[in-house]
Design a protein around this ligand. Structure first.
Ligand code: ATP
Ligand code: MG
Length: 461
């Protein structure tokens, strides 16, 4: 008789927990946990092959920080575990990011029990096959020493320096400022700082200052009392308070409105907050990590960012180099991503062709690792063989712009750049049916930037 697949279900809602128990018992060896602590404890002791994981767990039921941290820790400990994420309405992007880190699949709530059962069955099957394969080959595990810091791959000199600084600053409470281009791993570094600090057991609360409308950001950060403004029908605890005892990650802080910057400054000076519409002093113990892809010094010069706040958030500064300055890291990361995406899309192990590796090394990767990851993920999904070529990666069209250049009509560098930009955008727009979100993701820049480029080149949708 074959053993039942061991499945750990991490869900804090007792109703849903019960429902899952009824649906899955008998077919699987079930374990349950309802918080990150319980989950990790159970995970370490029982080594489940499959984990079904909710993202919103106490004390951050509304957010994803607890689920995210738990899944990340599991993937670090045992990357071969098949983790299936159950997501709420707003956290699909987080689930996709976790898939990038090695999670297996995700399901949107309300969960369709039959579908879940099928996915768990299949995940168990893949996991058993993988174990059998690993025993046979003896090398299915990734090479050791690939990760410099939790979740962060690299061997380059530049990244080793970053890792040394991260290890030094993590255990302190210094407000840490991460400057780095889009997709360079700012959020990963913020999470690593938290994971390596003595607050690792506390919450990691991230807030993207650019993603929340200005009018809502203050109450999102500081919370509000009932009746503080129209629509405030009950009291709400803000992100700063939620991060008590842990780390608050202020992402894209350069986008924060000037007036709100003064309030954040006061909080950082006094370590006390007031909820919107509230008078009570609420002391909070949080470590603040902030990040931006913008040049804050420039913003200060333009009068858009407060210099006094800059010095407060920047007690310690980390600069993340672009991928192009990380020697051969791009290849290491690309191979890792290929392995991960092939696994998570349940494809056989895949390999890059020589020309693909060459193209990966040569490409500029302006959108850094996020762009690399998007390009590889797409190639894995589209590829019908075990090989991924430069063409599959969409990296062969780069020289097209130069095909018609003769000795008599060499353009200026600026002209050539503009031409390439225009061609790439037109191509990407066509390839993605004018879907700006997809185009931005493929080219590794923000949607905002795509709109700017469309305007610049007079392209109408
Ligand atoms: N060194 C690395 N090794 C492996 N994966 C990485 C590395 N750096 C970044 N990633 C992955 O690349 C993606 C982008 O990283 P992250 O979100 O941390 O970057 P960011 O600088 O915050 O990006 P953005 O400016 O787009 O917000 C994530 O999926 C992350 O897991
Ligand atoms: Mg980010």
């Amino acid at each position: 008789m074959s053993e039942l697949t061991r499945v750990l279900i991490v869900e804090d809602d007792p109703g849903l927990q019960k429902q899952l128990k009824w649906a899955l018992k008998g077919d699987f060896d079930l374990l349950f946990a309802s918080s990150r602590e319980e989950a990790l404890d159970c995970f370490e002791r029982n080594h489940p092959a499959v984990v079904v994981h909710d993202l919103g767990l106490p004390p951050d039921e509304r957010g994803v920080s607890e689920g995210f941290a738990s899944i990340q820790a599991m993937l670090q400990q045992a990357p071969q575990t098949r983790i299936i994420i159950m997501t709420g309405k707003g956290d699909r992007d987080d689930a996709i990011e976790l898939i990038g880190l090695g999670a297996h699949d995700f399901l949107t709530k309300p969960v369709d029990i039959d579908q879940l059962k099928l996915i768990v069955e299949r995940a168990g099957f893949v996991s058993a096959l993988q174990r059998a394969g690993a025993e046979r080959l003896g090398d299915a595990e990734e090479e050791p020493g690939l990760f410099l810091l939790p979740g962060i791959i690299g061997r380059s000199e530049a990244m080793q320096q970053v890792a040394t600084m991260v290890r030094k600053v993590a255990p302190t409470r210094a407000s840490t400022f991460i400057q780095g281009p889009s997709g360079s791993g700012k959020e990963l570094v913020a999470r690593a700082i938290h994971a390596l600090s003595d607050r690792a057991e506390g919450p990691f609360i991230a807030i993207n200052c650019a993603a929340i409308p200005e009018s809502l950001l203050e109450s999102e950060l500081f919370g509000h009392e009932k009746g503080a403004f129209t629509g405030a029908d009950k009291q709400a605890i803000g992100r700063i308070e939620q991060a008590d005892g842990g780390t608050l990650f202020l992402d894209e802080i350069g986008d924060m409105a000037y007036e709100l910057q003064a309030k954040i400054l006061r909080f950082l000076q006094e370590r006390i907050i007031h909820r919107v519409g509230g008078k009570k002093d609420i002391p909070v113990d949080v470590r603040v990590v902030s990040a931006t892809h913008q040049d804050l010094e420039q913003l200060i010069a333009e009068g858009r960012f407060r210099e006094d706040l800059f010095y407060r958030i920047n007690e310690f500064e980390l600069r993340l180099p672009p991928l192009s300055e990380r020697e051969n890291d791009v290849e290491l990361i690309a191979r890792h991503l290929l392995r991960q995406f092939a696994e998570s899309h349940q494809k056989p192990p895949m390999r890059f062709t020589e020309d693909a590796l060459l193209a990966i090394r040569r490409n500029e990767w302006q959108g850094n690792i996020r762009q690399l990851s998007n390009v590889i993920n797409k190639a894995v999904i589209l590829s019908s063989s075990d090989w991924v070529s430069a063409e599959d990666l969409g990296l062969v069209t780069q020289n097209e712009a130069f095909d018609d250049i003769t000795l008599n009509n060499i353009p200026t560098l600026k002209q050539a750049k503009e031409e390439t930009e225009l061609r790439l955008i037109m191509k990407a727009m066509r390839a993605n049916d004018n879907n700006v979100k997809e185009v931005a993701s493929q080219l590794g820049v923000s949607r905002q930037r795509i709109y700017e480029l469309l305007r610049k080149h007079d392209i109408t949708l």
